[in-house]
Write a protein that binds this ligand. Structure first.
Ligand code: SF4
Length: 275
């Protein structure tokens, strides 16, 4: 019988430290529509200081944005969600980017090992219930990490999928309760690859082997000719997003409280409990 990972209720509900008027954010976003992404990054760091962090999954947009960020402030916090299921090529790219850009990556982890997940939920949860697997390994750790910030920066773009088609450059993130900044929202895939080529930036070699979008190993397949870039993600499942970039509150939908003792690995160093 399938068991469930115990996720105890949190007493401190994550929330914003500063109130941001949605209209004000919309005006800021509109102002940035014709701005170079580095201007947006400058504004982000000036406005939020160390309370802003950039998320990356080490895709092409993330590579371009990290290059820009490193030129603005290489000490800025850049974090990634380690699901324990990333491709070896992704870890190798991380090492090369750290060396090239002088960035230090913060690893954010669920605190739940794969054997523990298999024992408490089911083996291959990504096959039987990928939403639940993403919730445990991505959405909850992300929420916990973001609860300590006022804003986050991402490399997502409007042309990546219909679910991202209307994102602002700056907007309020309803699901996580903080400001979300997408400096590349209005860039195209072609612009990203031009930027990478012009600046001779490293990228994941799997992109040259039919994997335009990379996530976890069990949920990423090559795409066929004519398919959109994210068609290889969760192939065979009616699932388009892992849940970290949706605006609806997935925790409310599923009535699952935030875990209290998610572990965060700071700067590839020792684990610390954030509870
Ligand atoms: S992408 Fe797949 S393996 Fe990774 S967390 Fe989601 S369901 Fe699990």
């Amino acid at each position: 019988m399938m068991m469930r990972v115990e996720i105890p209720a949190s007493s401190d509900t994550p929330g914003p430290k500063r109130f941001w008027d949605r209209n004000e954010l919309r005006r800021i976003s509109d102002r940035f529509e014709n701005a170079w992404p580095e201007e947006v990054l400058h504004w982000s760091l000036e406005t939020f200081g160390s309370d802003v962090a950039m998320a990356t999954g080490f895709g092409p947009s993330g590579v371009a944005l990290m290059h820009m960020l490193s030129r603005v402030d290489s000490s800025a916090t850049v974090f990634y969600l380690d699901t324990d299921l990333l491709f070896p090529e992704t870890h190798d790219l991380k090492r090369r980017l750290a060396e090239r850009f002088g960035l230090t990556f913060t690893r954010v982890h669920s605190g739940i090992s794969l054997p523990e997940q298999a024992r408490q939920e089911s083996a291959d949860l990504w096959r039987s219930n990928p939403d639940r697997c993403c919730l445990i390994r991505k959405v909850l750790p992300l929420r916990r990490f973001l609860s300590t910030r006022e804003a986050w920066i991402t490399g997502i773009r409007r042309d990546q999928s219909p679910t991202r088609g209307t994102i602002g450059i700056v907007h309020w993130d309803e699901a996580n309760g903080l400001v979300k900044i997408n400096p590349l929202a209005n860039w195209s895939e072609e612009q990203i690859w031009q930027y990478i080529q012009i600046n001779d930036l490293p990228y994941n070699p799997l992109h040259d082997s039919g994997f335009p979008s990379l996530g976890c190993i069990p949920c990423t397949k090559p795409v066929d000719a004519g398919e959109d870039a994210r068609a290889g993600r969760w192939k065979g499942h009616d699932k388009l997003e892992c849940g970290i970039h949706v605006q609806e509150d997935i925790l409310v939908q599923e009535e699952i409280p935030v875990q209290e003792d998610i572990l965060v690995l700071e700067n590839e160093g020792a684990y610390r409990k954030t509870a």
